[in-house]
Design a protein around this ligand. Structure first.
Ligand code: GLP
Length: 260
């Protein structure tokens, strides 16, 4: 795992966006996996800026989102459909028919999840998957004890996640308790992984993801099994790492080479 530590959220978002842009420049028809949550907002803001100021082109890009709450229609302000439209899609030129987000309102979840997995394959697999991390160490909605081989499926949310996300809803009881999520196994099949995390409340989860054992208790620790996982964090999120000096040293000495 490559660990890049920046002094600020803005700096880490910029670096992460440059990494995505590097892929799109090398492969204009790349398949991007996308995440929601507050963590990737800065990355999306920077991609939008690059699209507007530098002509970064999304016209051939295909996207797959990680997850969606069950029961929320696309137009619900807390749905991940709405989030993606507001924070990214409405500002860039990705064609509507290239966008995939799990349905929170399908009548047949099992069939939908199978279709989603097949669709990823039909599109050639995900070139780069953007990820955040939950305070309990989850990626997407793969809560503690999710199988590290799991595929896209219906998942019951952990109490901690419901409490964390309650801040976005008027009342805690409104937070859905189920979600459709890509599995850890699905995520690990992406060719590159890019995880962003900031703030002190992520420091524990980040340390366990990078330095702890690989365990389904911290599903983000599965990134250790991936050959091309890159983690962009700020000083606060890095504050519980024991090997900080080593990561800084490696980054400073790393020879520049084309990555795609
Ligand atoms: C949710 C999402 C995750 C996200 C996490 C952290 O649980 N399903 O994909 O990483 O929240 O969100 P935030 O970035 O707002 O801390």
């Amino acid at each position: 795992m490559e660990v890049k530590i920046s002094p600020t959220y803005e700096a880490l978002s910029k670096q992460a966006a440059e990494f995505v842009a590097e892929l799109l420049n090398a492969k204009p028809n790349a398949v991007l996996g996308l995440a929601t949550g507050s963590s990737p907002i800065g990355l999306y803001r920077e991609l939008v800026r690059m699209h507007k100021d530098e002509g970064l082109d999304f016209s051939q890009v295909t996207t797959f989102n990680l997850d969606e709450y069950v029961g929320l229609p696309a137009e619900h302000p807390q749905s991940y459909h709405y989030f993606m439209y507001e924070n990214l899609f409405k500002h860039i030129n990705v064609p509507k028919e290239h966008i995939h987000i799990p349905s929170g309102t399908t009548k047949n979840y099992r069939a939908f999840c199978q279709w989603y997995e097949n669709r990823i394959k039909e599109c050639g697999g995900i070139d780069m998957q953007v990820l955040g991390i939950g305070s309990d160490g989850h990626i997407a909605f793969n809560e503690p004890t999710s199988s590290l081989a799991s595929r896209t499926r219906l998942k019951t949310l952990a109490r901690q996640t419901i409490e964390d996300n309650a801040r976005f809803f008027d009342r805690a009881e409104e937070v859905p308790i189920y979600a459709i999520t890509m599995g850890v196994g699905t995520i690990l099949e992406a060719r590159h992984l890019l995880l962003v995390a900031n703030g002190e409340n992520k420091a524990d989860a980040v340390a366990k993801m990078i330095e702890g054992p690989v365990t389904s208790m911290i599903t983000a620790s599965a990134l250790q099994l991936h050959p091309h996982a890159k983690v962009f964090i700020d000083d606060a999120a890095a504050s519980k790492l024991t090997m900080r000096e080593y990561y800084d040293w490696i980054q400073a000495k790393k020879p520049g080479a084309p990555r795609f």
